[in-house]
Design a protein around this ligand. Structure first.
Ligand code: ATP
Ligand code: SF4
Ligand code: MG
Length: 373
């Protein structure tokens, strides 16, 4: 079991409603990449290229902690979630659960992983089999993975439905007999059936009516407190992330560009992209003044990302050539707050060290994509 005190999560001001995470690292992603081979165009001679959906991402999730991944559509959040769930293999890097790699598991490790890592997806309608009664939907993981008797499973399904705010008699109904929020509760009950340690939540409330979202978010926060669950929360919505997460990673074009404890990151964002994202979100009170930062242009293609800092064509505070030529490093700028941007001295120094090392090394052909026009 891996433990570390270097980045121990702690409850800080503004997060009192959340459970206190433990020190134990449950899941660790190190240098994870996912490149999809895609054809360059319709021409027969277009050739193949790599779409860099996730490009060198590292993070840890501790027991009882919610780590959020936030960023614009297409930045690689779901691809990261799929690799954490072992539904997709990384092109490079490693993912460990309780200190053991999930990329090559023997049957005992796989069994432990399948029991302890579960998922809740965005659309509760398509993720539940419409032909199965709720009893079978929620009971199925126990039928497959345990030696529980039928009566024990029925009793446990009743308990789980009660826990997620439904009634045990509703076990006899089909998914279409529920509202969207209730269906998401069924999905959560199924995810909890095997008493997991980590639940991956991919946009768990974004398909729901605004009035229902807060109820499901509170349910997830309460379940975390009761069971010591860890969550990997994927979301577009910054309010959801701010309310539910202990720590956050901001993704842009397949990379984490900023990572830190939720409140300090939202109160004092360092990366120009994070600043723009937060400035574009609605303020929590109409009297709060904000200056919206409008980013120019579109998110560049992950097939041919810009050289240097991939945010450089849209960055409102770009320093100069260094941003186009040198990849910034995700480095610690403040305590527990890391950022990948040349504006910050430590990051700049690290980038300069990389450049010096590269200049001293024998020349090799570049693999760093062409510069954005
Ligand atoms: N199987 C695949 N083959 C090729 N490209 C893929 C595949 N899956 C995802 N991608 C691409 O990888 C990139 C990241 O996709 P991903 O679904 O992870 O984004 P996302 O951040 O979850 O977006 P959203 O917020 O819209 O759900 C996108 O450019 C997407 O088109
Ligand atoms: S490295 Fe340069 S281009 Fe990238 S975010 Fe920082 S200032 Fe902007
Ligand atoms: Mg997604």
């Amino acid at each position: 079991m891996t433990t570390s005190t270097a980045r121990r999560p702690k409850v800080i001001k503004g997060m009192e409603h959340l459970a206190v995470p433990k020190d134990e690292i449950l899941l660790k992603a190190t240098g994870v990449k996912k490149y999809f081979p895609v054809s360059r165009g319709f021409s027969l001679f277009g050739g193949k290229a790599n779409l860099k959906a996730v490009d060198d991402v590292s993070f840890e999730i501790r027991a009882g902690e919610t780590f959020g991944l936030v960023g614009e559509s297409g930045c690689g959040k779901t691809t990261t979630a799929k690799m954490v769930l072992n539904l997709d293999k990384p092109t490079a890097g490693d993912i460990t659960f309780e200190g053991k790699t999930v990329l090559k598991m023997d049957s005992a490790v796989r069994q432990n992983f399948r029991t302890n890592v579960q998922a809740v997806f965005q659309d509760p309608w398509s993720s539940l089999n419409p032909r199965m009664r709720v009893r079978s939907i929620v009971g199925e993981p126990m039928e497959i993975a345990t030696t529980m008797t039928k009566q024990q499973i029925t009793a446990r399904v009743g308990e789980l439905l009660t826990e997620v705010g439904l009634n045990p008699y509703q076990a006899n109904l089909y998914p279409h007999e529920f509202s969207g929020g209730q269906r998401q509760r069924i999905g959560i009950a199924r995810a909890l059936a095997l008493s997991p340690k980590l639940v991956v939540l991919d946009e768990p409330v974004s398909a729901l009516d605004v009035s229902i979202r807060a109820q499901i978010m509170n349910l997830l926060v309460d379940l975390q407190k009761q069971h010591g669950l860890a969550y990997l929360l994927i979301a577009h919505n910054l309010a959801t992330v701010r309310y539910m997460c202990h720590r956050v990673g901001v993704m842009y074009l397949g990379k984490i560009v900023e990572m830190g404890d939720t409140d300090p990151l939202f109160d004092d964002p360092l990366h120009p992209y994070t600043r723009a994202l937060i400035s574009a979100a609605l303020p929590s009170h109409p009297d709060i003044k904000r200056e919206e930062i409008i980013l120019p242009g579109e998110v560049p293609s992950p097939i041919n990302p810009p050289s240097g800092c991939t945010f450089n064509p849209r960055c409102p505070v770009k320093i100069g050539a260094v941003c186009e030529e040198m990849k910034p490093v995700l480095a610690e700028e403040k305590s527990r707050h890391r950022v990948s941007c040349h504006l910050y001295e430590k990051s700049k120094k690290a980038a300069e060290d990389v450049a010096k090392a590269a200049a001293a090394a024998p020349a090799v052909p570049s693999t760093n994509g062409a510069k954005q026009a």
